[in-house]
Design a protein around this ligand. Structure first.
Ligand SMILES: [Cu+2]
Length: 139
């Protein structure tokens, strides 16, 4: 019986963020000469409690930050966000002109069609993994 319990615990620990669902992920193809780009997706919380994204990482970039584009007095600028709280049942969009993962210092050439893996780190220690294709425009 104890073995069964451990198996269940292991399974839930390996499911990568449990009940978070990532939809429509993509990475904007890098313009020539650019040293940074962004990743977009929708994050749905299918659990019964808040899920808080506190960091993101990728093997393809040395630095990944959570940013939000805000417009004030007609000027758009990006702000770094320390945490994104997703309420139960809620979906948060990372989309152009809004929240995004800022991808900086690529470790190699980033080409359209390439698939890049990401880890989203939650405040409870869970990691939500997903992969996103590099493209000029969303699907
Ligand atoms: Cu940014």
């Amino acid at each position: 019986m104890r073995i069964l319990v451990w198996a269940v615990l292991l399974l839930s620990a390996c499911s990568g963020g449990g009940d978070a669902v990532i939809a429509n992920p993509w990475v904007r193809a890098m313009p020539p000469g650019s040293a940074m780009t962004a990743a977009y997706f929708e994050f749905s919380n299918r659990t019964g409690s808040d899920q808080t994204i506190v960091a993101a990482s990728s093997d393809a970039f040395e630095l990944v930050e959570i940013h939000r584009t805000v417009t004030a007095d007609g000027i758009s600028r990006m702000q770094q966000e320390d945490a994104v709280v997703v309420a139960p049942g809620e979906t948060v969009s990372f989309a152009p002109q809004g929240r995004h993962l800022m991808l900086m210092r690529p470790r190699g050439t980033i080409q359209p069609g390439q698939v890049i893996g990401f880890d989203l780190h939650l405040d409870d220690g869970q990691i939500v993994t997903f992969s996103a294709e590099v493209r000029q425009t969303p699907k």
